[in-house]
Design a protein around this ligand. Structure first.
Ligand code: ADP
Ligand code: ADP
Length: 238
């Protein structure tokens, strides 16, 4: 589990400042909820926290993100390693369309160069799909393409894929939007188990969900469209 410290973090897309001067400390073995209106920079913050923002051509980050004290933007740091350590599930589910359901769960694990035997791989697939309430729905069709799944199933598959890598920090961008109540409950339970040895950040629009799953809530806001998002309330000391 890792402590994440944001120090004067700002992010821009070309001339647009999406996030301005955010400083906060996220304690390990905790769940922190990011709440705020659409467009206030929550997704941008998550992408800055695992260096995914760098793959967007016009995006720029200023400030530091410390993982257990080490700046992930340091000159000696390998961005690929950062993305393994800090996993992220996007708001839009994005399974690899030509890959089977099974291979989607294992895709991230294979990228980490961890070698899995067939039996171990089967265990990872079943455990991660059970953890996201997907196992019973897909166990008979693990070798079928992921594109045959519904939107909600694809979202749960992407969460399973991220969890399978066992990241030390997991960033979840609205993981339960458009999920049915049973799946939402399963994902909330999964988050509860993850916090035991990891650091979790969840973007949510649901205050009740934030209260159920998180110890701390960070409120973000903007002064309107085109103006930068900023952190307006966060209790670091809770
Ligand atoms: P939130 O997740 O809080 O809804 P976002 O981080 O998605 O906010 O967006 C913050 C601001 O940055 C918005 O004004 C949005 O339109 C803009 N934005 C997000 N992604 C991009 C991008 N790839 N290129 C340009 N502007 C972007
Ligand atoms: P959110 O609800 O988190 O803001 P969106 O649905 O607005 O997410 O954005 C979905 C995708 O579109 C994201 O990858 C984001 O980077 C991109 N995006 C958002 N706003 C813009 C923008 N103004 N220009 C280009 N891309 C954008």
């Amino acid at each position: 589990a890792r402590r994440v410290e944001l120090r004067h973090l700002s992010a821009r897309y070309g001339a647009l400042t999406a996030v301005q001067d955010v400083s906060m400390t996220i304690e390990p073995r905790s769940v922190t909820a990011f709440i705020g209106p659409s467009g206030c920079g929550k997704s941008t913050m998550l992408r800055a926290m695992n260096r995914m923002l760098e793959v967007i051509p016009n995006a720029r980050v200023e400030g530091r993100v410390l993982l257990d004290g080490t700046n992930i933007y340091g000159r000696m740091v390998d961005p690929v390693r950062v993305r393994r350590t800090v996993g992220m599930v996007y708001q839009q589910p994005n399974p690899f369309p030509t890959m089977s359901i099974r291979d989607n769960v294992l895709a991230g694990v294979h990228l980490t160069n961890r070698r899995l035997g067939r039996a171990e791989a089967d265990t990872v697939v079943e455990t991660c799909l059970r953890g996201t309430n997907l196992w019973e729905e897909v166990r008979e069709r693990l070798d079928e393409p992921a594109t045959g799944l519904s939107g909600g199933q694809q979202r749960r598959l992407c969460i399973a894929r991220a969890v399978a890598v066992e990241p030390e920090v997991l960033l979840l961008d609205e993981p339960c939007s458009a999920l049915d109540p049973i799946s939402t409950q399963t994902i909330e339970e999964l988050i509860g188990r993850l916090r035991e040895d990891r650091t979790v950040v969840i973007v949510t629009h649901n205050m009740r969900q934030a209260a159920r799953v998180s110890e701390r809530t960070a409120f973000f806001s903007t002064d309107g469209p085109g103006t930068p998002g900023r952190l307006v309330e966060y209790d670091d000391t809770a």
